[in-house]
Design a protein around this ligand. Structure first.
Ligand code: NI
Length: 229
């Protein structure tokens, strides 16, 4: 399931990110790619251990923890420090079809996670570049994603995906992975759908409606059944 979460960053925050990123040093994206993906990865990235990536990554983690929709969709256990990439038309940048590594380790913190979900947070407005679609394949076909700056998409890290060539301008984004408390994608999507329905009921009936209280109990008991900490 693909889930979009709008407005993780405000337009002012995005502008501040871009001001800092545009002044930073970038490196070849293949520095952190696995053997298969290095052959198809053509982009630039901020050095993952650099202070700029670390500081902006911390800001993103703070924004994620304040987003009920992100938490409901991901049920995050551990989030990998966000990385940043740039695809420029002048470099002919793109990223061919691949699957992300199953396990990611961060040498800086010693954090190691199983990558259940992949996340792309868009930091360029769609009208500022052509191409650069994130294409995600699942059992229902192939889906193109290109969101407004400050919005993110969550998708299963098990998916084949690619970024199409940028043919005008440049596409800047943050990307990262997370390990969910609920490993099974189907279980996770049931919990998300239930939570979304409960929030709709709370909006109409308030928090004290007896059936809504029962459904909220079921929500927590499903998490109790499936959560691995
Ligand atoms: Ni990838």
């Amino acid at each position: 399931m693909l889930i979009c979460v709008p407005d993780i960053l405000s337009k002012a925050q995005v502008a501040e990110f871009r001001r800092i990123m545009d002044a930073a040093e970038w490196e070849d994206g293949r520095a952190t790619a696995g053997a298969q993906s290095a052959r198809v990865k053509h982009n630039e990235q901020l050095p993952p251990q650099g202070e700029v990536a670390r500081e902006l990554g911390r800001r993103i983690l703070g924004a994620l923890s304040a987003s009920p929709r992100f938490i409901s969709a991901a049920i995050p256990l551990r989030v990998f420090p966000p990385l940043f990439n740039r695809y420029a038309a002048s470099g002919g940048h793109h990223f061919g079809i691949h699957v992300d590594n199953a396990v990611r380790g961060d040498p800086h913190t010693g954090l190691r996670i199983r990558t259940d979900l992949s996340v792309t947070l868009f930091l360029s407005e769609p009208e500022d570049y052509d191409g650069g679609e994130l294409v995600i394949e699942d059992h229902y076909g192939s889906h193109e994603v290109k969101l407004a700056a400050g919005h993110l998409v969550l998708y299963p890290a098990t998916s084949l995906h690619m970024v199409t060539p940028v043919t005008r301008g440049s596409r800047v984004a943050s990307f990262f992975w997370l390990q969910s408390m609920v490993r099974d994608a189907h279980a996770r999507s049931l919990i998300f759908d239930l939570d979304t329905a409960i929030q709709g009921l709370v909006g109409r009936l308030g928090h004290d409606d007896p059936e809504t209280v029962k459904l909220t109990g079921i929500y927590h008991n499903l998490i109790r059944t499936w959560a691995e900490l």
